[in-house]
Design a binder for this molecule. Structure first.
Ligand code: S3P
Length: 432
């Protein structure tokens, strides 16, 4: 049954929230843990639909996964190391684009192995030629539907190191090639057109893998095996972004977000919002391993429109729907450009965000590579269909709190893909 949840206009948001663990880092910890030659203790693994799919996949591929069983996100993943992944497995990635793109990087180099990788309806619309093509250059054998979409079949083969310039700025593609490079015959060098999230590089560094970073290039050296030992996952900046924007939009709000990952390849939203006039203070705390962590204090602010594009896009890629929502409350026009990648996410986010905002009374127009939003008046509210996309579901909820009449979100349960306790956390801040 598709669930509809109503989010009523709210009084000021107050108090503090620790957002759930980082989804990108959780996926990487589980995958690298499963690839490694020993046990990895993961502290604060994200408990969500997406990251559960990764654990189930890692178990199917031969890794041991011991859960603390108390919902704390403490895990031990015992890697398969030089034995390699169990062959003949059909992996269901569910809704996870990260698992879809990273996993073939592990599997491609194991000769004699054969795997099928598939997922839900939305996954079957996510392009995989972006990984199949460079993996093919390395010598991998990958077959995709129409050469482009899942399900895909990976047959393990001998890989060569390559030098590759990413045609799109994608951390998932970069990470896939870094994983494949671990079993290549020589070094693999990746050139990035623009910086993207670097969690894989940091975690491989933690595992002692030889990795050189020079300007926009990363070179990884093959290794027989590696050990990760322990990873502590910080809070997810992308999840924190929802209560953050809610506090900016609802008058008289002041909230604190604690234990948030502040890796600069993830926090582009902060520079965009501060340009729009947002009052956000960052207090840096102790890092979690290789990842910086901090607290954010956010106060309601009057916002003005801005232009967003270029290098800012990959640094805020998952937060662009929220930039568009904030723009609907801001004075003047906001233009988001160079963001055609939004069309290849859990939904075509140029279309789903435009539709969601229009449904709330906001003047939003899709363009081929972004959106134009005209703000000014407090949006009336109305109805938002999540269209199976967790971030659209949560965007609808935030809009509801700040709107005049509230918002009914159809398919709100999609939020559990990344933020299962979202409704509870919002209620804690609004006192609802
Ligand atoms: C992710 C990278 C981004 C992001 C996605 C998670 C990752 O995708 O949108 O939600 O964990 O590497 P792309 O790398 O395809 O831009």
């Amino acid at each position: 049954m598709i669930e509809a949840v109503r989010f009523a206009p709210s009084g000021p948001l107050r108090g503090s929230v620790v957002p759930p663990a980082d989804k990108s880092i959780s996926h990487r910890a589980a995958i690298l843990g499963a690839m490694s030659g020993g046990p990895t203790e993961i502290i604060n693994y994200l408990v969500s639909d997406d990251t559960e799919a990764t654990l189930v996949a890692m178990e199917a591929l031969g890794a041991g996964v011991e859960r603390a069983g108390d919902g704390s996100g403490r895990l031990v993943v015992s890697g398969v190391g030089p034995t390699g992944p169990t062959t003949g497995v059909r992996v269901d990635v569910a809704n996870s684009g990260t698992l879809l793109r990273l996993l073939p990087g592990w599997l491609a180099g194991w000769q004699g192995g054969r795997w099928e990788v598939d997922g839900d309806d939305s996954i079957r619309r996510r392009p995989v030629d972006r990984i199949a093509s460079p993996l093919g250059e390395m010598g991998a054998r990958i077959e995709a539907t129409d050469d482009r979409f899942p399900p895909l079949v990976v047959e393990g083969s001998e890989l060569a190191g390559i030098e590759y310039t990413l045609p799109v700025a994608s951390a998932q593609v970069k990470s896939c090639l870094l994983l494949a490079g671990l079993r290549a015959g020589g070094p693999t060098t990746i050139h990035e057109p623009l910086p993207t999230r670097d969690h894989t590089e940091r975690m491989l560094g933690l595992a002692g893998v030889r990795l050189d970073r020079e300007g926009s290039s990363i070179t990884v050296w093959p290794t027989e095996t590696f050990e990760l030992d322990s990873v502590e996952v910080p809070g997810d900046f992308s999840s924190a972004a929802f209560p953050l924007v809610a506090a900016l939009l609802v008058p008289e709000s002041e909230i604190r977000l604690e234990g948030v990952g502040t890796n600069p390849t993830r926090t582009g939203l902060l520079s965009i919002l501060s340009r729009m006039g947002a009052d956000i203070e960052i207090e840096q705390g102790d890092p979690s391993g290789e990842e910086p962590v901090g607290s954010l204090v956010v106060r309601h602010s009057e916002l003005t429109g801005t232009e967003v594009g270029g290098a800012e896009i990959p640094l805020a890629i998952d937060e662009l729907p929220l930039v568009a929502l904030a723009a609907g409350f801001a004075d003047g026009e906001t233009v988001i450009r160079d963001a055609a990648e939004l069309r290849a996410k859990e939904s075509d986010r140029i279309e789903t965000v435009s539709r969601a905002l229009q449904g709330l009374g906001i003047a939003a127009e899709p363009t081929p590579d972004g959106l134009v939003v005209r703000g000014g008046n407090r949006p009336v509210g109305g109805a938002v269909d999540a269209e199976g996309d967790h971030r659209i579901a949560m965007l609808g909820a935030v809009a509801g709190l700040a709107s005049r009449d509230g918002v009914e979100v159809t398919g709100f349960d999609a939020a559990s893909v990344s933020y299962p306790g979202f409704e509870r956390d919002l209620a804690g801040l609004t006192g609802a």
